[in-house]
Design a protein around this ligand. Structure first.
Ligand SMILES: Cc1cc2nc3c(=O)[nH]c(=O)nc-3n(C[C@H](O)[C@H](O)[C@H](O)COP(=O)(O)OP(=O)(O)OC[C@H]3O[C@@H](n4cnc5c(N)ncnc54)[C@H](O)[C@@H]3O)c2cc1C
Length: 391
């Protein structure tokens, strides 16, 4: 099997890159380890930055997002039992975010790809990327019980945090920067209309809680829990009681509607950046190169901005023969990645209680929240980062 660009992984990064390359007339093949059903059901992100919305629309994948996505013009910060709204358009020249689940983005991109190409192989597990420095690297993979090879001019590892593409970078080239936070998120999906019009980020009694949503009838809620928490230890009633406690407010009437919980999972909070994002003819994009804690809603959006930059570089090369943009890919992405890493770190540390946190640290974090509530410039900085920095 032979192609120009071999893409490993059919998450948002791999699928969108395939779509952008197709539209630019560049052939590629996508290899995905899992089944279509598994990939389409994997619950993850839900907040799309303005730039993510724009690129999905421009590449022909925006119809359902435009019909079903919920445009949000702000978020609520809740702390000291008070509510504070940060409005985005007035602080960012009109920018906003869209609530549209990652599962739906993935479904839309898969449907387009299966209808219009390029080839997408499910249950095709990449084993290794070989000859990364040569003009013709090779991806070795298994499919339908056989080991096969995909010969290509370039490989893009869009295979997430646990993928294999990163391993093609020699140890002496690859640098890793990491932080593991001392808490995790217990996330639930509940069949109940959201109790708010916009997301609520709460630093409440007992720690952080987030009220998000997937649609007008499905709520997505998260609780800060200790690392190593087993979701089975949290009964539905215990989860709702704890959410009530963390969202408690003295600012008028507000109550959290309860409903059947359809999914529970625990996600560790981690920051991870691999540098560089290119070695030879192998590129990394999305979670394969970097992970952020979900507090700033940046992971999916960073994956999208990586592949926008990469698709533009491949297009430039295809039209002009120049390697200039391919050569600057890693540096350009990493500047944005570190801004998102910083923002996610700030949001995470400000909103969570550290285990064993002393009263001084608590006061400093709450003072940061008060500053956001009181200062237009501080709120503007949050809004600019949340809705997405320009490419
Ligand atoms: C609970 C949770 C909440 C989140 N919330 C948000 C949010 O609100 N906003 C936000 O922006 N981000 C959020 N994120 C992060 C976001 O989901 C990820 O950043 C995003 O999925 C990255 O996309 P990706 O395509 O790079 O990687 P992935 O989605 O991980 O896709 C990688 C793909 O590669 C495949 N693969 C792996 N290994 C191989 C192999 N050897 N061969 C072939 N295929 C392989 C995998 O099966 C997978 O389909 C959240 C994440 C979690 C876990």
């Amino acid at each position: 099997m032979r192609t120009t660009v071999a893409i490993v992984g059919a998450g948002p990064a791999g699928l969108l890159l395939a779509r952008l390359l197709r539209n630019a007339g560049i052939d590629c093949v996508v290899l995905e380890n899992r089944t279509r059903a598994y990939v389409e059901q994997r619950q993850r992100a839900g907040i799309l930055e303005q730039g993510t919305v724009d690129v999905l629309r421009a590449c022909g994948a925006g119809a359902r997002m435009d019909a079903e996505g919920l445009v949000h013009h702000g978020i609520e910060l809740r702390f000291d039992r008070r509510r504070h709204r940060i409005g985005f358009p007035e602080l960012t020249d009109g920018r906003s975010v869209t609530v549209y689940a990652q599962t739906e983005v993935v479904k839309d991109l898969i449907a387009l790809q299966l209808a219009e190409g390029p080839p997408l192989l499910f249950e095709a597990r990449a084993l290794a990327v070989e000859k990364p420095e040569s003009e013709h690297p090779v991806v070795r993979f298994t499919h339908e019980g056989r080991e096969r090879t995909l010969d290509c001019d370039y490989v893009v590892g869009c295979d997430g945090f646990h993928g294999i593409a990163r391993a093609a970078f020699p140890d002496e080239v690859r640098r890793t920067y990491e932080r593991t936070y001392p808490y995790s998120w217990l996330g639930i999906l509940a069949e109940v209309p959201p109790s708010c019009d916009e997301l609520i980020y709460a630093r409440g009694e007992g720690g952080f809680a987030l009220h998000s949503m997937r649609s007008p009838s499905v709520s997505r809620l998260y609780l800060q829990v200790p690392n190593g928490t087993d979701p089975a230890d949290w009964s539905d009633e215990r989860i709702w009681d704890e959410l009530d406690r963390r969202f408690a407010t003295d600012d008028g009437d507000w109550s959290l509607a309860r409903g059947p919980i359809t999914s529970k999972s625990v996600t560790p909070m981690r920051s991870h950046v691999t540098e560089p994002m290119r070695y030879g003819r192998v590129f990394l994009a999305g979670d394969a190169a970097h992970i952020v804690p979900p507090t700033g809603a940046k992971g999916l959006n960073l994956a999208v901005s990586d592949v926008r930059i990469l698709a533009r570089a491949f297009d430039h090369h295809h039209r002009t023969g120049s390697d200039e943009l391919l050569d600057s890919y890693s540096d350009l992405c990493l500047r944005r990645v570190w801004q998102a890493t910083r923002f996610s770190y700030d949001m995470t540390t400000m909103l969570h209680s550290q285990p064993g946190e002393n009263a001084f640290d608590t006061r400093v974090h709450v003072a940061r929240l008060h500053r956001l509530a009181a200062s237009r410039s501080a709120a503007g900085e949050l809004a600019a980062n949340y809705t997405g920095l320009p490419l």
